[in-house]
Design a protein around this ligand. Structure first.
Ligand SMILES: Cc1cc2nc3c(=O)[nH]c(=O)nc-3n(C[C@H](O)[C@H](O)[C@H](O)COP(=O)(O)OP(=O)(O)OC[C@H]3O[C@@H](n4cnc5c(N)ncnc54)[C@H](O)[C@@H]3O)c2cc1C
Length: 304
């Protein structure tokens, strides 16, 4: 236990990532602002659902913070003072709440605005931090207030206070989204379900194995055209390429999957193969912990 009562344990991070890789690190389970403030006194990283991360086999040297207790609870009761006939503002929803369960609960209540995020396996905090979404909707489509813990203290902001945009919230790295209040439109369970089905349909063809999602962002060619990273990797003949127990998915070439027992080193090696064979500069979609700029940034190279 820490001074303020946070549970601190060395644990394999593989169990907290959707890829299922990541070595042992010091994990802090924080459930109060006091514990969070203590945890932030030394270098730290904040881990959400681990669905956008490849963590090295040796783990990370920093403290790894996980939101627990009240930070992983949700109060979806409408606030009578802020809600109207058509729009409701909820109570607090913790940053550690899993997004898929939240989306399901909102569907049952017939509350709309976040159903476009169906199928995103992250937590609320991580998904707000990067404004996760699909073409059917994104996190910032349903936010009223965001509570953020920083090394300088806790503050509450609205989306208007932030410079948010496509897959970015404008919240600095390592500022922690602890809780949010949602702004939702009253609808019906049937209508929300229909919107979810449309978003789900667009996911058909994604692999079912363990994965951290899409590997590369769609690059822009020198002539200004955006191309599909998956198509480029497929055209390079790389579907099904394996290093150790990591493989470029045969269903969709922009996914690297863990066939069981893969290591981060296997995944890094596959990323290198893709960069070398595709020949178009591509930027990595997910994060590598610790950072590996040579693998994540788009190299300056001639287009094919
Ligand atoms: C099968 C699959 C499908 C996916 N589909 C999509 C999709 O359609 N659209 C999309 O946008 N993404 C998609 N993703 C990627 C991923 O699910 C999202 O980016 C998700 O929002 C990441 O949230 P997380 O909680 O898992 O964050 P993590 O992976 O744990 O962390 C990602 C980043 O967020 C930071 N972070 C985590 N929690 C917090 C917090 N509380 N406060 C501040 N920063 C925090 C971390 O430090 C890290 O920098 C997909 C992933 C998978 C595996």
């Amino acid at each position: 236990m820490s001074r303020t009562g946070a549970r601190v344990e060395r644990l394999p991070l593989a169990r907290y990532t959707t890829l299922g890789v990541g070595g042992e690190s010091e994990v802090w389970f924080v459930s109060t602002q006091e514990q969070l403030a203590e945890a932030m006194e030394q270098p730290y990283r904040i881990l959400g659902g681990g669905s956008n991360l490849v963590i090295a086999d040796g783990g990370v040297p920093e403290r790894v913070l996980r939101l627990s207790g009240p930070f992983a609870e949700r109060d979806l009761e409408p606030d009578p003072q802020l809600s109207t006939g058509t729009e409701i503002v909820t109570g607090w929803v913790g940053g550690g709440v899993p997004l898929p369960g939240l989306v399901r609960a909102l569907q049952k209540l017939g509350l709309s605005n976040l159903e476009g995020t169906v199928g995103i396996p992250g937590q609320v905090g991580g998904s707000v931090w990067m404004n996760a979404g699909t073409r059917f909707g994104e996190m910032f489509g349903g936010l009223h207030t965001i509570e953020i813990a920083t090394p300088g203290g806790v503050r509450q902001v609205t989306p208007d206070d932030l410079n948010w945009g496509y897959r970015q919230s404008g919240i600095p790295r390592n500022h922690i989204v602890t809780r949010v209040r949602l702004k939702l439109r009253r609808s019906t369970p049937g209508e929300v379900q229909a919107n979810m089905d449309a978003a789900d349909q667009a996911r058909k063809g994604q692999p079912k194995n363990k994965t951290p999602g899409c590997a590369f962002k769609n690059p822009t060619l020198p002539d200004g055209h955006k191309v599909s990273a998956g198509k480029l990797i497929d055209e390079a003949g790389l579907k099904g390429t394996r290093v150790g127990n990591a493989m470029i998915a045969s269903e969709h070439a922009n996914f690297i999957v863990n066939l069981g027992g893969a290591t981060a080193a296997d995944v890094h090696a596959l990323l290198e193969v893709i960069r070398e064979k595709v020949g178009v500069p591509m930027e990595l979609e997910y994060e590598l912990w610790p950072e590996r700029p040579e693998l994540t940034q788009a190299p300056v190279a001639e287009a094919r």
